[in-house]
Write a protein that binds this ligand. Structure first.
Ligand SMILES: Cc1cc2nc3c(=O)[nH]c(=O)nc-3n(C[C@H](O)[C@H](O)[C@H](O)COP(=O)(O)OP(=O)(O)OC[C@H]3O[C@@H](n4cnc5c(N)ncnc54)[C@H](O)[C@@H]3O)c2cc1C
Length: 470
């Protein structure tokens, strides 16, 4: 009998297995496909590689401005896909804790097909492997939600988009959350004529409203047709050159056509094949596995971690989840998931990122001050010719604590990491303004915006010269 069996080899499962074995438990990990999960094979790693290619195209288009004469960049999509495969293999081999897992003697069963419960302590895989364990941690992640309208089988998901053999001449992307926005932005950069459809009133609905507006404007400027609040999809039909989508709003019927339709309308848990009832594990109303603060499921010996719990569906949170679940599986319920503001960002053009509360949410619960510094007034962005964007800080008026930071523009995701560290360290905004951040850098904008917020709080005399000199 194994002490701890982990199902799923993504970031949550890998870290759960590592932590369980490190804590002295005899541990096995079983995963349907390749080690590394969606994170390495089908999500952030391929996306970030394609986004990097889109960035290189952007950079190449700037060369003339800096006196470097070359021809227009031409994308060889086949070669790019080879590069994506190279990167995925490299990441899987070197950056997914694989060597650590092997060094602590976790028994890894990869590519064994879907596992399901046979009884509360026994799991069997599609290839017939049977494993019995005292404690089980489910880390099976999630998958794209599909539309259920006539002809929806004609639409693709982000996974299909990465495996195209050529760049489609035109593309409809449905859903403008993080995934849809990235697909739209990347293929727009590669030359597809992109239409981005979003049912809500604004794209990127979980971002600060200023961020949604700025990204939507930049997308439109770059040629993406952004259709917010477009109504309801009725059906899809095949055409000679692709797919036609029929949709309606207020009784008015319209259609749009493209060579490829990609849906990015949300995420569902990968639980359908697990036969959870045999282990007494219940799912919540959204279909994700319900967990308590110790990541225990409704079955006392079964834990769940990562996307399959439907909480914050990101790699760092999956990693934290795996650590917490394994700690509690081995040592008893002793560790809770840490409450922390988590930076979230996306590699679109322009990039956008956030940490903490949006302005609307902050206003609902705090008396706030906001400050914005635009990228056309910061030195690093002017040097690099990347003046589109801004950094916005939201601060509590009484405590001077930073409640949120929202960035649009070049290196937005990296800038937000620095803000997240300041927030995790409970830094007051005037303290942030006094850190002599390097000049001229992208993250340096945080000193400027911190100084600007501090001035609004009438804290001028406490500010160091550099940040004050906005
Ligand atoms: C397009 C895209 C871009 C993203 N970009 C980012 C980003 O930039 N930053 C970020 O932090 N996050 C990003 N994410 C989210 C991130 O990929 C997930 O949050 C993360 O992979 C979740 O890890 P996990 O371990 O919970 O699940 P996964 O990584 O999904 O791993 C689950 C594993 O379980 C296996 N499995 C499933 N069912 C079974 C079964 N029945 N039996 C055995 N094994 C099974 C799967 O094969 C897989 O290996 C992105 C996601 C997508 C789709």
């Amino acid at each position: 009998m194994i002490d701890v069996l982990v199902i799923g080899g993504g970031p949550a499962g890998v870290v759960a297995a590592l932590r369980a074995a490190d804590s002295g438990a005899k541990t096995a990990l079983v995963t349907r496909d390749e080690f590394g999960g969606m994170a390495a094979n089908d999500g952030p790693v391929p996306v970030r590689t394609l986004a990097h290619a889109a960035r290189l195209i952007r950079e190449a288009r700037q060369l003339g401005r800096y006196g470097i004469v070359v021809g227009d960049p031409v994308l060889d999509y086949q070669r790019l896909l080879e590069r994506v495969r190279e990167v995925v293999t490299d990441v899987r081999a070197h950056s997914t804790f694989r060597s650590q897992i092997d060094s602590v003697n976790v028994v890894v069963h990869e590519n064994v097909g879907g596992a399901h419960f046979v009884d509360p302590h026994t799991v069997e895989t599609a290839t017939g492997l049977r494993l019995r364990a005292d404690k089980i941690i489910i880390c099976t992640g999630g998958g794209s939600r599909r539309l259920s309208v006539p002809g929806s089988e004609l639409s693709a998901t982000h996974s299909d988009a990465w495996s195209l053999t050529s760049v489609p001449p035109s593309m409809i992307v449905i859903g403008a959350g993080a995934t849809g926005a990235q697909v739209a932005s990347i293929f727009n950069a590669f030359g597809s004529k992109v239409q981005l459809f979003h049912t809500g009133t604004r794209i990127l609905p979980t971002e600060d409203e200023d961020v949604s507006a700025a990204v939507a404007a930049a997308f439109r400027e770059s040629g993406i047709a952004v259709r917010e609040n477009f109504g309801c999809i009725e059906s899809f039909e095949k055409t000679a050159s692709g797919v036609r989508m029929w949709f309606s709003k207020d009784g008015k019927r319209e259609s749009a056509e493209a060579s490829l339709v990609v849906t990015a309308i949300g995420w569902i848990a990968e639980t359908a094949d697990l036969d959870l009832a045999k282990a007494g594990v219940e799912t919540n109303k959204r279909g994700f596995i319900g967990v308590d603060e110790f990541l225990r499921t409704s079955a006392p010996h079964v834990f769940a971690a990562g996307d399959v719990t439907g909480r914050l569906m990101l790699v760092p949170q999956a990693i934290q989840d795996g650590f917490v679940a394994a700690t509690n599986a081995v040592r008893g319920a002793t560790m809770k998931f840490p409450e922390q503001a988590a930076p979230i960002g996306s590699f679109t053009d322009p990039e956008y990122a956030q940490v903490g509360l949006t302005e609307t949410k902050a206003r609902a619960t705090h008396d706030i001050v906001t400050a914005i510094v635009c990228f056309d007034s910061t030195t690093g962005t002017i040097i690099d010719g990347r003046t589109n964007g801004f950094c916005k800080l939201i601060v509590d008026r009484q405590t001077r604590q930073i409640l949120g930071c929202h960035v649009v523009g070049e290196r937005a995701v990296e800038i937000t990491q620095v803000a997240a560290v300041a927030m995790a360290g409970n830094m007051r905004v005037d303290e942030l303004a006094q850190v002599p951040l390097s000049f001229p850098t992208y993250a340096g904008v945080l000193g400027r915006v911190g100084a600007s917020a501090s001035r609004r709080l009438n804290l001028k005399r406490n500010l160091a010269g550099q940040s004050y000199g906005e």
